[in-house]
Design a protein around this ligand. Structure first.
Ligand code: AMP
Length: 236
């Protein structure tokens, strides 16, 4: 899944993965878990992420290569946040040799809308769940809020406190969008001539985006079944 930060890739990947019982593999989440666990990877990635920059290609490619080889990913997976550079896309093509074709869906949203969304989104500080409606229990539902006290929003999954991601503050968001336009947006050009590429409008409500995503993937599947795209994905 391609798209800028805040396009809804994580939310859509989560929903799609759950619906089709395939793992959602989010490189941002893998890195945030490593930071929270204080592993060597986490220590190296923390400062880079806090500045809105990209973690090095070699590190990211090895993480994804290893993850895609695990048994649960052999029957399919949905990738959120990878690839983010042409070098990563090249490596992913190599990893996918001999496997089912890669379907690439770009979720397009303009910068003004992304800035608005990133300024207000939250994440659970305990389990890392995003703030899509299914995960959040709103303040009025809590006993304390009913009694007139203000309570932080809580995660529906684990009850943890919902907080802003440290890289969602205005200054870092500006940098992340700059990095997106420079490093990741060229991937639309990289993939767009493949018969397995689709672009959908991410500025719609999440349910509509989910419908469009499912329809896009179904239409690629139909094309593949009709023999319009060679296994492995037609390459330019
Ligand atoms: P995300 O949750 O996808 O917005 O990712 C959060 C941060 O993790 C990014 O701003 C990067 O610093 C880092 N990151 C995630 N995925 C990648 C990747 N594929 N390549 C490089 N850095 C990444």
């Amino acid at each position: 899944m391609l798209g800028p930060p805040g396009a809804g890739k994580g939310t859509q990947a989560e929903r799609f993965g759950r619906r089709w019982e395939i793992p959602k593999i989010s490189t941002g989440e893998i890195l945030r878990d490593a930071v929270n666990a204080g592993t060597g990877l986490g220590l190296r990635a923390k400062a880079v992420m806090a500045r809105g920059k990209l973690v090095g290609d070699d590190v990211m490619i090895e993480i994804v290569r290893e993850r895609l080889e695990r048994p649960d990913a052999l029957g399919g997976f949905i990738l959120d946040g990878f690839p983010r550079t042409v070098a990563q896309a090249n490596a992913l093509d190599a990893i996918m040799e001999g496997r089912d074709p890669l379907i690439v869906v770009d979720i397009a949203v303009d910068d003004a809308e992304l800035i608005r969304r990133l300024g207000s989104r939250t994440i659970c500080e305990d389990c890392g769940a995003g703030d899509d409606a299914e995960e959040v229990i709103s303040a009025p539902e809590s006993a304390a809020a009913v009694a007139g006290q203000t309570e932080p929003l809580r995660c529906r999954r684990c009850g943890g406190r919902l907080v802003q991601r440290t890289d969602d503050n205005a200054e870092v968001v500006r940098e992340r969008l700059k990095v997106y336009h420079r490093e990741t947006e060229p991937l639309v050009e990289y993939y767009h001539l493949r018969p397995t590429f689709r672009s959908i409008d991410g500025a719609q409500p999440p349910d509509r985006v989910a419908d469009d995503l499912a329809a896009a993937i179904e239409s690629v599947g139909k094309g593949l079944r009709a023999g319009n795209a060679a296994p492995g994905g037609a390459r330019r």
